[in-house]
Design a protein around this ligand. Structure first.
Ligand SMILES: [Zn+2]
Length: 112
């Protein structure tokens, strides 16, 4: 387990280590034919690679690499832009105020 950044989905954090092939095949080969079992185990061990904990893609780069730092930095900037408040306040129109008063009066009468 190590810290990595997935270039497929943008996940940052712990990654999983997986091997190609299967443990079942490995056991069968070990029991039936010792030498292929050894070779298969070595092949599986050598094929170990880091994958994303979220999308299982092998597009993991070290979280400490300059590329990853750049991606993380860009993402933080993007998030800041989204969080920034949008000035979109318009004062209500005369019609809206009038309607509000009428509705208010009606509601007031109804609950008397
Ligand atoms: Zn991913």
């Amino acid at each position: 387990m190590s810290q990595g950044l997935c270039t497929s989905c943008g996940y940052t954090g712990e990654t999983k280590t997986v091997s190609k092939g299967s443990i079942d095949t490995e056991i069968i080969l070990w029991f039936c034919f010792l030498i292929p079992g050894v070779i298969y185990s070595i092949w599986r061990y050598r094929s170990q690679h880091e994958v994303c904990s979220v999308c299982d893609q092998a597009t993991i780069i070290s979280a400490h690499s300059p590329e990853a730092q750049k991606i993380i930095h860009e993402r933080e900037n993007r998030e800041k832009e989204v969080v920034a408040p949008v000035p979109d306040f318009r004062p209500p129109s005369k019609v809206a105020i009038g309607t509000g008063r009428v509705v208010g009066r009606l509601v007031g009468r109804f609950f008397k």
